[in-house]
Design a protein around this ligand. Structure first.
Ligand SMILES: C[S@@+](CC[C@H](N)C(=O)[O-])C[C@H]1O[C@@H](n2cnc3c(N)ncnc32)[C@H](O)[C@@H]1O
Length: 231
């Protein structure tokens, strides 16, 4: 396969000037969007599965086809790894020919993260690790509010806590995420350029790396802090 993914094209070359205001608003203003029925059902199923297993949880948020969910489940066999994505098409791809049976300690869930994260927090989930691997960049300046760091759900992501890892091929996304974490949680994340030498964790990672793009990784240890959410 010839990899020719185009780099991010945007006029926004620095963190958005409205980011701090958006983050502050998320921390100050309760957000009451009703939870979609399909995500409530998907969450109930995941919650049942989680409780039945009784193992520490790892969240793979926006897992796409679930390759990272599989790989994390193999890397952390004594954890329950839950991959969440809203795309039925991506989740339904059968990778078993290339990668074998789906691991017992992993689950793929079709749900909207905007609702799933809040349900998980309300149910007392305390993920030990939380991955956001190559989230949609929404690179136009006008799309800040669609990026997770500019979205009203951002406080719920932070409040869940755990070892958070975000990867992106757009440095500005990772820089903005780091600034938003510092503002919301008073932490200083590690942000570094990296090359996935030990193997690709996701198909997007592979596509970007094989196209010669630079990759960014942010990591941060966050306390579980449900009180961060304005009520
Ligand atoms: C750029 S892809 C990356 C997929 C995968 N992590 C990878 O690296 O190959 C972003 C993924 O996030 C998912 N996504 C975006 N917004 C979402 C939301 N609100 N709820 C659930 N999934 C979402 C998309 O369906 C898509 O699969």
């Amino acid at each position: 396969m010839h990899a020719n993914s185009s780099p991010i094209v945007t006029s926004q070359v620095h963190p958005h000037e409205d980011l701090a205001r958006r983050v502050a608003r998320g921390l100050d203003t309760p957000w009451r969007k009703p939870v979609a029925d399909h995500t409530q059902e998907a969450f109930d199923y995941a919650e049942h599965w989680r409780k039945a297993r009784g193992l520490p949880v790892i969240i793979d948020a926006g897992c796409g086809v679930g390759l990272s969910t599989r790989r994390l489940a193999e890397r952390f066999p004594d954890h329950s790894v839950i991959g969440i994505d809203r795309s039925a098409d991506r989740l339904s791809r059968d990778l078993s020919r290339e990668y074998g049976d789906f691991p017992d300690n992993a689950l793929l869930v079709r749900a909207d993260l905007v609702d799933f994260w809040r349900l998980a927090l309300d149910a007392g989930w305390q993920p030990v690790r939380h991955y956001l691997l190559y989230p949609n960049p929404y690179p136009k300046a006008a799309q800040l509010k669609r990026r997770w760091q500019g979205h009203p759900v951002f406080p719920a992501i932070v409040a869940l806590g755990g070892q958070l890892e975000l990867r992106s091929n757009w440095s500005v996304y990772a820089e903005e995420f780091a600034l938003a974490l510092t503002q919301a949680a008073k932490v200083r994340p590690t942000l570094e350029n990296f090359s996935p030498e030990g193997g690709y964790l996701t198909p997007f990672e592979r596509k970007y790396a094989e196209s010669g793009q630079r990759l960014w990784r942010l990591t941060c240890e966050l306390p579980h802090r449900p009180a961060l959410l304005p009520r």
